[in-house]
Design a protein around this ligand. Structure first.
Ligand SMILES: [Cu+2]
Length: 113
């Protein structure tokens, strides 16, 4: 009777241990993804200028997929300095590098394609 109880206890410990290991593996994977994004200085994309607000420090770009961030193609706003934006106009094809901090994307470098 004592032996049976021990077996059940071991089985339970094994089962919950395996489960904990499973969720930890999932967490590790998320952690690795985040680390990858944070450790890369900037993501790269190509796109088209849709709107420029140099005074407001914003540029709206329609960009292609960004594999490094698992992004589909989309149109979105980026923070950029007036100096970075001065030589661009709506409709320009651009290649650019940017960083993500939380949900804020900031242009590091932008140039005409
Ligand atoms: Cu985007």
């Amino acid at each position: 009777m004592k032996k049976l109880y021990l077996s059940v206890a071991l089985l339970f410990a094994f089962a919950s241990g395996a489960q904990a290991e499973g969720s930890m593996a999932g967490m590790n994977m998320d952690g690795m993804d985040m680390k990858e994004v944070q450790s890369s200085p900037a993501a790269h994309a190509e796109g088209t200028v849709k709107a420029i607000d140099a005074q407001g420090g914003k540029v709206t770009l329609m960009h292609g997929p960004v594999a490094a961030l698992k992004w589909p193609a989309m149109t979105m706003g980026f923070k950029a300095s007036a100096q970075q934006l001065e030589k661009f106009k709506v409709g320009d094809k651009v290649a650019f590098d940017f960083t993500m901090e939380g949900s804020t994307a900031t242009i590091v470098d932008i140039r005409k394609e």
